[in-house]
Design a protein around this ligand. Structure first.
Ligand SMILES: NC(=O)C1=CN([C@@H]2O[C@H](COP(=O)(O)OP(=O)(O)OC[C@H]3O[C@@H](n4cnc5c(N)ncnc54)[C@H](O)[C@@H]3O)[C@@H](O)[C@H]2O)[C@@H](O)CC1
Ligand SMILES: [K+]
Length: 268
């Protein structure tokens, strides 16, 4: 079954008429897909209209990401590298790094920018991370340091860029994506593999090609063609928020008591 993707605005500001992919859980529950613009409207309604704190959703994202890493590795990773950007995606990665460190994983976080450049929720996540055993690498030399770390660890977590990608991946984020692709034993992306457009699935430049992606709340329309397994994480957004954003809410049986479920494409 496919649904109309008309009205989906791609990163170039154009409109995609491609049919929307439909996903389903392993128990056969259908899950609609949404564009980056729709997900941004959901996030905005959650924070501005309902008062759900951004840090709460980010905490849920990070905790689910730490949990999903067990599925990718086959147990708690002994060591992990978290490649993090400066936006909401990076903030989720920093939260996952804290959860993994709290549970005994030897974590190295590589930021794609100076730590002083972080603001808002990601800066709060970095401050909380300081109270763990995790090591943070940032600024000049981050890519060089990342090469050694990523080669060694059980898992590389890609939290560089999510649905906020504009144009092709560039700068340190692009270099780190390449390090993950060329050097990691296993990799797990948050929300969207960095470098892929969440709405269209295009990857015009360098991009991470992960073993698995944990997408948040609802799968994004561009995820039907990306490599690797697809997981869906519940970040606690209530039904009324989807209604306010004019987006179909996931059926309650999608999660059915779980916080991370596997998805497959029904029809692309
Ligand atoms: N409610 C929310 O808003 C939540 C959002 N979360 C995550 O946050 C993401 C959205 O956050 P944002 O809107 O901050 O966007 P992103 O974090 O996806 O992207 C913005 C960051 O990517 C960089 N960037 C964008 N295009 C780039 C390019 N071509 N090359 C290199 N760097 C580039 C920007 O400099 C900025 O630091 C989602 O994908 C999701 O994973 C989660 O943390 C949970 C809560
Ligand atoms: K990502």
């Amino acid at each position: 079954m496919t649904a109309d993707r008309s009205g989906a605005v791609d990163r170039r500001g154009g409109t995609s008429d491609a049919p929307r992919p439909v996903f389903e859980t392993t128990r056969g529950v259908r899950v609609p897909s949404i564009t980056a613009a729709e997900m941004r409207a959901v996030d905005r309604a959650a924070v501005d209209d309902v008062g759900l704190p951004l840090l709460s959703m980010m905490e849920n994202a990070g905790r689910n990401l730490a949990k999903a890493s067990r599925a990718v590795v086959g147990g708690l990773p002994q060591d992990a590298a978290v490649l993090a950007g400066g936006g909401g995606n990076g903030g989720g990665g920093l939260a996952a790094a804290r959860h993994l460190a709290n549970h005994g994983t030897d974590v190295t976080v590589v930021l794609d920018r100076d730590r002083d450049a972080l603001e808002g929720a990601p800066a709060s996540q970095a401050a909380a991370l300081d109270a763990t055993s995790a090591t943070l690498v940032h600024g000049d030399g981050a890519v060089h340091d990342a090469v050694d770390v990523v080669l060694d660890v059980d898992l590389a977590i890609d939290a560089l860029v999510g649905y906020g990608l504009t144009d092709e991946l560039d700068g340190t984020a692009a270099d780190l994506a390449q390090v993950v692709d060329q050097g990691s034993k296993r990799s797990l992306s948050l929300d969207v593999p960095s470098g892929f457009d969440a709405t269209t699935g295009d990857a015009p430049g360098r991009a991470v090609h992960p073993d698995a992606t944990l997408t948040l709340a609802l799968p994004k329309t561009g995820l039907d063609g990306v490599p690797g397994d697809l997981l869906l994480g519940d970040i606690g957004i209530p039904d009324g928020v989807y209604e306010r954003a004019d987006v179909p809410a996931p059926d309650p049986s999608v999660f059915g008591g779980q916080y991370v479920v596997a998805l497959a494409v029904v029809d692309a």
